[in-house]
Design a protein around this ligand. Sequence first.
Ligand SMILES: NC(=O)CC[C@H](N)C(=O)O
Length: 304
Amino acid sequence: MNLEEIVRATYEEVKNTDDKGRLASYIPELVNVDSESFGVFISTIDHTNFGIGNFNEKFSIQSIAKVLSLSLAYSILGEKIWTRLGVEPSGTAFNSLVQLEADKGIPRNPFINAGAIVISDILLSKLKNPKEEFLSFIRSISNNSELNYSSKIAASEKSVGFRNVALCNFIKSFGNIENEPSDVLDFYFDLCSLEMNCKELSELFLFLANNGCNIFANNSILTKSQCKRINALMQTCGFYDESGEFAFKVGLPGKSGVGGGIVAIHPNHYAIAVWSPKLNEKGNSYKGMKFLEEFTTKSQLSIF
Ligand SMILES: NC(=O)CC[C@H](N)C(=O)O
């Protein structure tokens, strides 16, 4: 079977499995989706592209944006960035506060909320117009001027974002936030509100499958070493306290979001995006995880 046939067969199989997940409801606006949506898109380095199901519908990428904000901050700051946060899996939920006190305000990694809030603070300090410049950055990576934030989703999250407010203030009390917490959080909520479809998401992440090089414009976004490290972080921390399970079952670096999206990378080969909004108890797409597990099993295309 070729790649397209494997994606199609896996999709048909997983589509009919009983979805035990539930919609994320802690952000009110996220409930306004068709919970049965299910889409997949794969983009390869050698320009094979294929989508199935609701791959053309935009959804909220939420925490998947943390990989993109890290990429921009890392490209600006280089290795100095690791004085502000760590590179170890936390083994805790994405929004957990528990380790921060013992760790003196240094988040374990950039993909838990605490770490992504520190990355937002870094971008706020380094960029003149962070919101616009970040958008230009992701638009240029995928040569797609359609990408945008959703002010509705950002406002919805802000109205209930008490835990993130707590995280940001707590980190600031240790001196690891330079800017006003409300500014940092507004930017963080904007990042999480980015909307795109599976096709756009897989194209956007293709640079991480291509050694940090933009496949559309052939320019370098990250060095090879930085790209390797971001993929390593996705592998070890991309699914919070389910990262081990994702490595075990799927075997690819990847990142999930509470909007039900998952993107995964096979270095030097492909990026694949899956969207199905109902989440398992760890906050990762139930069917998305199932699809990728079946896909790498059938295709034997995992990194292990
Ligand atoms: N895991 C996620 O996608 C969480 C992102 C969400 N914006 C939050 O901060 O809670």
